[in-house]
Design a protein around this ligand. Structure first.
Ligand code: SF4
Length: 401
């Protein structure tokens, strides 16, 4: 059977290449060097030559949402946690070139040795979700919870997709980091610290309200009424003290701008068009999308599900478009559709393109370390407490060094 991959017909409005300031980007900075032209026909050869010249001194990590033109040079591909662990397991690599977004490179810097230098090819590759929780807002929220007499029964849990400062906040306050693969285990651990799932303790979940809600409701058995959303622009997050008292999980008002676009109507429409289709989505989607889907899981879970799927089966996938397109190309014996009818790339992931990768690698060959990501020692130490707590959870394998 030939692959029937349906994706949006319009070209994505990708961000422009080159040296320009993007005032709307959370990290928006100029590239401090001369980027090769995107039309340079030798880009692939240049990347290959620079990588060969660096040999084992460089290790290139590629997140699943990266473009194919970049992924072809990755030594390993994976989700953010897997990539940070892979970096930690390569102490011989002097340079870790992280083809992903800023918070991922921070995690790699935290988990690697001081001698290793982590490079992000484009500093404008941030994450809009991570930027929805800044440390000042979170500290302020915690103060308000403390004044309301709630903080001492609340455990902060942050998704991996957060800044190092937020991870450090969780480390300082006896909390934990989680990923989309282990959110249930992390939440159960957190509740165990304050009387268990059936007690009256709470979790402050940062920064993705949807992953927090989906895990609390679909995995731990809480009701939607047990969840409140904390809007950092309002006193007590827009809740009364009584509402916070009654809640079991306090969800930070953050979301993924990519997964937040999928709607239940997209699921209904896919089912109407292709009877028997399997619907698989990421848990950063809204709860009504998750409830309407057949399968829900992390990017690694989605990849494994497609690997295990029967030839001839039909699928509609709700996650980032670069990954869905790659899966469609890899599984030509299955019929794969994309769950949206408009463009759904992660624009900040797409900032890392071949010109930026070539520029970063050639700079390293020339003895310069461009766009180094450095987390200060105190933040690093506190964030590592929360990351180590995650690594100590059941079913999580620690890095090799
Ligand atoms: S896909 Fe969403 S969570 Fe991932 S980097 Fe992009 S905006 Fe952030």
């Amino acid at each position: 059977m030939s692959t029937t991959f349906s994706e949006p017909t319009q070209s994505p409005a990708l961000l422009l290449l080159g040296n320009r300031r993007d005032p709307l980007s959370e990290r928006g900075v100029d590239c401090p060097g001369d980027l090769p032209s995107a039309s340079d026909p030798d880009l692939v050869a240049r990347a290959r030559a620079a990588k060969e010249a660096l040999g084992d001194r460089v290790f290139i990590l590629g997140h699943h949402y990266q473009r194919d033109e970049v992924i072809q040079f990755a030594d390993v591909t994976g989700d953010s946690f897997k990539l940070a662990r892979e970096a930690a397991a390569r102490p011989e690599a002097e340079y870790i070139v992280f083809c992903g977004v800023h918070f991922m490179a921070e995690s790699a810097d935290i988990l690697t040795s001081d001698e290793q230098q982590v490079v992000l090819p484009d500093m404008a590759a941030g994450c809009s979700m991570a930027d929805m929780a800044n440390i000042n807002q979170v500290e302020d929220a915690w103060d308000q919870l403390r004044e309301a007499g709630i903080a001492d029964r609340t455990v902060p849990v942050t998704y991996m997709n957060s800044t190092a400062a937020i991870k450090a906040f969780c480390g300082r306050n006896s909390g934990v980091v989680c990923t989309s693969s282990n959110a249930e285990v992390a939440l159960r651990w957190a509740y165990d610290q304050v009387g268990g799932v059936d007690g009256d303790g709470k979790v402050l979940f940062l920064p993705d309200q949807h992953l927090g809600r989906n895990t609390a409701v679909e995995k731990l058995g809480y009701s939607l009424d047990d969840c409140v959303v904390y809007d950092p622009r309002k006193p007590l997050g827009g809740n009364t003290r009584e509402q916070l008292e009654a809640a079991r999980i306090i969800l930070w008002r953050g979301h993924c701008s990519v997964h937040g676009r999928f709607r239940k109507e997209n699921v209904d429409s896919a089912r109407a068009k292709v009877p028997g289709i399997n619907v698989i989505v990421h848990p950063e989607c809204t709860n009504d999308v998750v409830r309407a889907a057949d399968y829900v899981g992390s990017t690694e879970y989605i990849i494994q599900a497609l690997d295990a799927a029967e030839p001839g089966s039909t699928w509609v996938i709700g996650t980032e478009l670069n990954l869905v397109r790659r899966l469609a190309n890899q599984h030509t014996d299955k019929e794969i559709h994309f769950l949206e009818d408009t463009v759904c790339f992660c624009s900040t992931m797409n900032r890392i393109d071949l010109p930026h990768l070539v520029w970063a690698l050639e700079s390293l060959v020339a003895g310069e370390v461009p766009n180094r990501i450095v987390v200060d020692p105190q933040t690093q130490a506190e964030a590592k407490v929360a990351l180590d707590q995650m690594l100590a959870l059941p079913g999580i394998t620690a890095p090799k060094n």
